[in-house]
Design a protein around this ligand. Structure first.
Ligand SMILES: [Zn+2]
Length: 365
């Protein structure tokens, strides 16, 4: 996504592992729900203030709480021979699973863990698509609108360059001042008309839509879902510390904060930067002028009143985006020159064949 808020990013993958958690715009797969802390506020379950289960966290009550499990009990279970065997099997199985689901991101060449199939992520995308269409039902611009025409025109050049013609692309332009655009799994693209003044030209829009298509090409949604599979056991360790009374009920909260700021946000910024890189190469390959991407981020910078510090944000700052894009520009210009600026899909395809597809662009540095 482009705007810092309401960002959605998604990509297909192949399902192999656990059930994906449903995600909703903005795509942030939530940690699974956990037992209410209210249960641990006394030695017995307490479900029912005013007839319903309370989930309000009370640190004092949590400190006074008698743990459901003591450290001694946990130690005895851990010392049991059967537990050790199970532990070794789980750890070895986890390592094998992790290394057997490694893959290389197209274009950028980054290695990552992904255990979700394209089909499973696209299934999630289909549900999300219905919800978004219902939400913006009355605001979707008709195809004859000049803003829709602009978006369709740029998409028709980017799709052959992305080599994702097999995807069932659908583009909707939403009449809204919001400066955003996003794509959901299965190739459904939404562009808010408020971002068109930021794009300014077809070249600028090529940068924006190239970035969105790049999220799909790199299957970032599947990667995010996969990372949740890895992080969930870590989260349960924090919850266990709460249950044992070691962290006084704060383990889950502090653990979530640590995982969010220590791992999830940096990973999200990495994906954003990768989408910038892939999108830049894609727009160049589609014969758009890559330097237009710099103008887009400069205009975005002006339009955004408050800049969130990088470490707090799921997106890189505009300044660091511009800096990286300028670094990549020579490579992008080269890609554009080598493409011969072929505007038709036939020519773009012929070019891809000659260069061996995306491999011709080398890796992201
Ligand atoms: Zn993005």
């Amino acid at each position: 996504m482009l705007a810092r808020s309401n960002s959605i990013r998604v990509l297909p993958a192949k399902r192999v592992c656990t059930n994906p958690k449903p995600f909703h715009p903005p795509i942030r797969i939530p940690f699974a729900s956990s037992p209410s802390n209210a249960r641990f506020q006394s030695g017995r379950p307490r479900y029912g203030n005013y007839g319903r289960r309370s989930s309000r966290f009370d640190p004092d009550a949590a400190r006074r709480a008698r743990p459901l499990l003591t450290i001694d009990q946990v130690g005895r279970v851990a010392d049991h021979g059967g537990t050790k065997v199970i532990g070794v099997v789980v750890v070895v199985g986890g390592v094998v699973f992790y290394y057997s689901h490694q893959e290389i991101v197209p274009v950028s060449g980054r290695q990552r863990f992904n255990c979700f199939s394209d089909e499973s992520v696209e299934g999630e995308g289909a549900l999300m698509y219905k919800k978004i269409m219902m939400e913006y039902q009355g605001a979707i611009l008709p195809d004859w609108d000049r803003r829709s025409k602009m978006v369709h025109r740029v998409m028709s050049r980017l799709i052959p360059a992305s080599e994702m013609e097999h995807v069932d692309w659908e583009v909707h332009v939403i009449d809204s001042p919001e400066m955003n655009a996003f794509v959901i799994p299965g190739g459904k693209v939404f562009v808010f008309s408020g971002i068109l003044p930021i794009a300014k030209t077809d070249d600028g829009l090529g940068a924006i839509l190239g970035h969105e298509i790049a999220h799909n090409l790199a299957r970032h949604a599947a990667e995010s879902m996969s990372s949740m599979v890895l992080l969930e056991p870590v989260r349960w360790i924090f919850i266990s510390l709460d249950v044992m009374g070691i962290t006084g009920g704060l383990g889950r909260i502090l653990g979530d904060i640590a995982l969010n700021f220590g791992l999830m946000r940096p990973a999200s910024r990495k994906q954003e930067s990768e989408a910038d890189y892939i999108g830049l190469m894609m727009m160049s390959k589609a014969c758009y002028e890559p330097s237009a991407a710099v103008g887009v981020w400069q205009r975005m910078e002006k339009a955004q009143a408050v800049e969130v510090p990088a470490w707090l944000s799921t997106h890189p700052t505009n300044a660091s985006r511009i800096e990286k894009i300028q670094e990549w520009l020579p490579k992008a210009e080269m890609a554009r020159e080598e493409s011969g600026c072929a505007a038709t899909s036939l020519q773009a395809r012929a070019f891809a064949d000659v260069l061996g597809g995306w491999r011709g662009f080398g890796e992201m540095h």
